[in-house]
Design a protein around this ligand. Structure first.
Ligand code: AMP
Ligand code: MG
Length: 339
């Protein structure tokens, strides 16, 4: 059975479309804090927001968009001060942020070292990378919502994967109606084009890299911080983040479609596993076979099992449907021969 012919596993919603007001923004913020998804306007395009510190909210974003891959998502914050809690800003990053924020510029920066007590961004939100993409939008509704939510909001465009980005609330409803609970509506997006993405996570001295052209012109950025590396100028570094060498892969080899595990293998199980033999340690992505729960656990569990006293991580088969496509895409990369 191919993926398109399988039933859609995402729960159905009656999608509410609410004009943005102080009251509906407060309600949308409460929904985000409770782990629900909210589509909201930004100056670029409508975003599909979810709590970036919650693995399950982030998994729900991928499910609603029917994304076949876990690509990293942009974290939205109300201002630079909040952004600095979730990313490390060097001098260049600060200059860019101070000049272009709030606005259609996304900065890829390193994750801060995990600190005791601080909220931690879901590994699924950054697709296992040690960097995070952060943006401070200028749209007043987005800013009010982010302030009220009080946490980083992961938000890709609010449309089904592979379709055109939505710039009106009706575009969102056409694409995601029935798949999300709430759309905050505020008319047309003024920029209508995705944000420019600059990677400033490199070592000091290496020029920042333009990852995606967008709402802020390259010339404007180069006038401030000098020449940018362009994605296509460096054949050693593919531009699709799914292929970046820095993409997280466990240190241990990964063995797919495992129906049992050796004593010196760690087992990453899925679904009922009581009859599966072996495994020095086992974690179950979802004992009940729920692909959204499995997606939420994937990166964290791979990290937990990646211990030097095991020979490999054996992974049970994951069905190739719904979020299983993205899970298997990620697992196949983790299992691919290493360079
Ligand atoms: P969208 O989901 O349409 O908003 O697009 C988000 C873009 O941000 C994608 O092109 C991602 O590849 C990019 N992105 C997000 N986080 C990172 C990161 N940590 N490193 C590199 N690119 C990123
Ligand atoms: Mg998109």
């Amino acid at each position: 059975m191919n993926a398109l012919s399988t039933p859609d596993p995402t729960p159905r919603f009656v999608t509410e479309l609410l004009p943005a007001s102080a009251a509906t923004i407060a309600r949308a913020a409460a929904a985000l804090c409770a782990g629900h998804l909210v589509a909201f306007p930004t100056e670029t395009v409508y975003g599909l927001g979810g709590d970036a510190t919650s693995d399950s909210a982030v998994a729900a974003i991928f499910a609603a968009k029917q994304r076949p891959r876990f690509n990293p998502l942009i974290l939205h914050l109300p201002d630079l001060e909040h952004a600095e809690k979730f990313g490390v800003f060097d001098e260049r990053a600060l200059r860019l942020a101070e000049t272009f924020w709030p606005g259609p510029l996304t900065l890829v920066v390193r994750r801060p070292p995990a600190t005791a007590g601080g909220a931690v961004v879901s590994l699924l939100a950054s697709a296992g990378l040690d960097t995070v993409a952060i943006r401070v939008p200028s749209h007043p509704v987005a800013r009010a919502l982010l302030k009220a939510a009080g946490r980083p909001i992961a938000a890709p465009s609010a449309n089904r994967s592979g379709t055109i980005s939505p710039t009106t609330p009706l575009h969102v409803r056409d694409s995601l109606g029935g798949r999300i609970p709430l759309i905050l509506a505020a008319g047309k997006c003024p920029v209508g084009l995705e944000s420019t993405i600059i990677d400033v996570s490199g070592e000091p001295g290496t020029p920042p890299r333009l990852l995606r052209p967008g709402g802020i012109a390259r010339e404007q950025i180069e006038a401030l911080i000098g020449p940018l590396l362009l994605p296509d100028l460096d054949p050693d570094r593919p531009t699709a983040p799914g292929q970046l060498s820095s993409h997280y892969a466990p240190t241990l080899p990964v063995r797919l479609d495992a129906l049992n595990a050796a004593a010196d293998e760690a087992l990453l199980a899925f679904g009922p596993d009581m009859f599966v033999r072996g495994g020095g340690e086992r974690l179950n992505l979802s004992a009940g076979g729920d692909l959204e729960e499995a997606a939420a656990n994937l990166f964290a569990m791979l990290r937990l099992l990646d211990q030097p006293h095991f020979r490999a991580i054996a992974v049970m088969p994951i069905p190739e449907q719904g979020l299983g496509l993205a899970i298997n895409d990620r697992l196949r990369r983790a299992a691919a021969p290493r360079l």
